[in-house]
Design a protein around this ligand. Structure first.
Ligand SMILES: Cc1cc2nc3c(=O)[nH]c(=O)nc-3n(C[C@H](O)[C@H](O)[C@H](O)COP(=O)(O)OP(=O)(O)OC[C@H]3O[C@@H](n4cnc5c(N)ncnc54)[C@H](O)[C@@H]3O)c2cc1C
Ligand SMILES: *[C@@H]1O[C@H](CO)[C@@H](O)[C@H](O)[C@H]1NC(C)=O
Ligand SMILES: *[C@@H]1O[C@H](CO)[C@@H](O)[C@H](O)[C@H]1NC(C)=O
Ligand SMILES: *[C@@H]1O[C@H](CO)[C@@H](O)[C@H](O)[C@H]1NC(C)=O
Ligand SMILES: *[C@@H]1O[C@H](CO)[C@@H](O)[C@H](O)[C@H]1NC(C)=O
Ligand SMILES: *[C@@H]1O[C@H](CO)[C@@H](O)[C@H](O)[C@H]1NC(C)=O
Length: 546
């Protein structure tokens, strides 16, 4: 009987129990370059089994998987990582984000209508090549609420496939160890040690950076594909999905048969899929709804007002756009602190996640983009940032096109941070928890002595409200200090735009596989689940055809 109960418990929680021992480092593996071409060198017209739009976080794992049996074309508007060496190391992360956007740089900037500066990847490997590297699997609630009939064994296999290729466990930096101590002291317990799962307590988590600071983003998942079946075109900007009414089926009169894209010389190309082939949109949360709208799939009023011919009416394309708010404080540290990207995460039972960073600002270095909304600083100091975000979030907004013809023009997006009062209440609790963290012994040495000899924290940017019981002051702090955690999602939700197999409803041969299908941000951070999703859907598609 006891064995039975144990077995049952194991079955129920096996996704939670199973954790790999991960390596601390690995050299870069650029084998995928054998399959990469610049779009200017590709013919004007071609035929493949599958076309993946966007060589990003989901697109790379999906394309690698489909290439095991079929010919695959990946169309990526950005260039290869080697063209922007700073993306390959941890120390380039912040300069990447503040670099001026010249239309080719790897971080494309955008500002939502909420007034919050944001960024998305424009590079092979997608946003996984410009992010902070935290790797954390999704929570059970995410699967239950996702609308997808998951095969849990396949989910686990897909995570492991990602993890054995590009995920690392390395020793905590000095600041990350102190932050871990402070979180535990502030009651974010238990200590979950090293753990990839999203569970209450404080954990050290996986990273796509290794202990030498080398970034191994989704791009290295391409190496796992059958490279002879894989053609990756960079500087290939997809402008439209070609949808035909010449192949009606019982499900729909419309079929996606190919794409129109342009190269860096402005030349137009067309690529088509063979019979039984598919076009898969993996252009990300901003790019995928944008391309559906540009292709005439979306709400009739939105399309008509821009004179875009309606191919298929769907009122939900571009709706339910959500972004996790980030509220942080930055402590100016009175001694030199080694830079570190987040390795430690505190997860509270009140739905808050707390992550930290440390870095040094050289003299006159412009303040990292988005980290401190209103400042240019003349400081040369070490900083420790403590950031809080909330589960979900429940608030959402929408996306609409700014241009009916030019895909390079970012669409207009609004996330409506804290519109839902539950989000605001969660933020307040999270900020109070940051207050508790600041009261710990572990952070005592981070205080600065003022002229009267009093010790207190010196903040760059906002400081916490003095009276943390004052609800209205706390609400105000949350709203006034909001920035992005870059975990925006939505726009092509399951059950609204795609079905449980991620097929676009009403159109044959077209799926969406990326963060735009999520109704909440999975796990502590989303990239693990997005890479898993690409592998998972790829395996499902191979199963379906065999
Ligand atoms: C600064 C930053 C820090 C982050 N930190 C973390 C973190 O630490 N941990 C974590 O888990 N997550 C983090 N995230 C979030 C995570 O990186 C993203 O959620 C995830 O990478 C998104 O994956 P995706 O496949 O949906 O889109 P993307 O990876 O953005 O892929 C979309 C791809 O499509 C391409 N594309 C778009 N339009 C077109 C077009 N018309 N034609 C051709 N190609 C096109 C883009 O260039 C891009 O390569 C961070 C994100 C950012 C920006
Ligand atoms: C950043 O890291 C790379 C490789 O790890 C190294 O070559 C480079 O010198 C580093 N740059 C700085 C400014 O430390
Ligand atoms: C990590 O810590 C262990 C134990 O202290 C040590 O043996 C090992 O050398 C460290 N690794 C690195 C890369 O610093
Ligand atoms: C790099 O990837 C290729 C293709 O999967 C593989 O054959 C090779 O062994 C890998 N190289 C290293 C050093 O891991
Ligand atoms: C900034 O700090 C670094 C190390 O702490 C030091 O080497 C450098 O000289 C300082 N620069 C300026 C302009 O003060
Ligand atoms: C803090 O705010 C609470 C709630 O508004 C109030 O009751 C309390 O008096 C305030 N404390 C101080 C010291 O101002």
């Amino acid at each position: 009987m006891a064995t039975l109960v144990l077995l049952l418990l194991f079955y129920l929680f096996h996704l939670q129990l199973d954790v790999l021992a991960l390596p601390a480092s690995s050299d870069y593996n650029f084998s995928y370059m054998k399959s990469v071409y610049n779009a200017i060198d590709l013919p004007a017209k071609e035929l493949y089994d599958y076309i993946v739009i966007g060589g990003g976080t989901a697109g790379c794992s999906l394309a690698a998987t489909l290439s095991e049996k079929y010919s695959v074309l990946v169309l990526e508007r950005g260039n290869v990582p080697a063209a922007y060496p700073q993306v390959l190391s941890a120390n380039g992360t912040l300069s990447n984000l503040i670099q001026e956007d010249n239309g080719k740089t790897p971080a494309q900037r955008f500002r939502s209508e909420d007034g919050v500066a944001n960024a998305r990847g424009r590079i092979l490997g997608g946003s996984s090549m410009i992010n902070i590297g935290i790797y954390s699997r999704a929570e059970d609630e995410f699967y239950r609420e996702s609308g997808i009939p998951w095969d849990k064994d396949l989910v686990l296999k897909a995570y492991k496939w990602v993890e054995e290729t590009i995920v690392f466990q390395y020793n905590l930096s000095a600041w990350q160890s102190i932050a871990k101590q402070a979180l535990l002291e502030a009651g974010v317990v238990p200590d979950n040690g090293f753990n990839l799962n999203h569970i209450v307590g404080t954990k050290a988590t996986g990273s796509t950076f290794d202990d030498k600071g080398r970034r191994h983003g989704a791009v290295e998942l391409l190496n796992r594909g059958e490279l002879k079946n894989l053609q990756v075109a960079v500087e290939a900007t997809v402008e439209r999905i070609i949808i035909s009414n010449k192949f009606p089926s019982k499900d729909s009169s419309l079929t996606a048969i190919g794409v129109k894209y342009s190269d860096s010389k402005g030349r137009t190309h067309h690529a088509f899929v063979r019979n039984k082939g598919e076009v898969i949109l993996s252009a990300g949360t901003i790019g995928s709804p944008q391309l559906l709208l540009l292709s005439g799939v979306g709400p009739v009023p939105d399309l008509s007002s821009l004179q875009i011919p309606v191919v298929h009416h769907n009122p939900y394309v571009g709706k339910f756009m959500a972004d996790n708010p980030r509220n942080n404080i930055n402590i100016v540290v009175p001694f030199a602190l080694d830079p570190s990207l987040a390795q430690v995460v505190g997860i509270t039972s009140e739905f808050n996640y707390i992550e930290t960073l440390s870095y040094t600002l050289p003299f006159s270095f412009p303040i990292p983009f988005g980290l401190f909304p209103n400042a240019i600083s003349p400081l040369n100091a070490s900083l420790a940032t403590i950031a809080v975000k909330i589960q979900g979030p429940l608030s959402s907004g929408s996306l609409r096109l700014a241009s009916s013809s030019e895909v390079r023009v970012s669409p207009i997006v609004r996330f409506n941070y804290f519109d839902n009062p539950i989000d605001l209440a969660r933020c307040v609790k999270g900020v109070r928890k940051v207050g508790d963290v600041l009261k710990t012994k572990a952070l005592e040495p981070f205080k600065t002595r003022d002229l009267q000899g009093r010790e207190s924290f010196m903040f760059l940017g906002p400081s916490l409200p003095k009276n943390q019981s004052d609800e209205s002051a706390m609400d105000k702090f949350c709203r006034a200090s909001v920035t992005t955690f870059w975990h925006y999602h939505g726009g092509c939700l399951v059950g609204k735009v795609v079905n449980g197999d991620l097929r676009v409803m009403g159109i044959n041969g077209l799926r969406v596989v990326d963060g735009s299908i999520f109704n909440r941000s999975p796990g502590t951070n989303p990239q693990a689940t997005i890479m898993m999703l690409g592998r998972y859907v790829g395996l499902k598609m191979l199963q379906e055809r065999s």
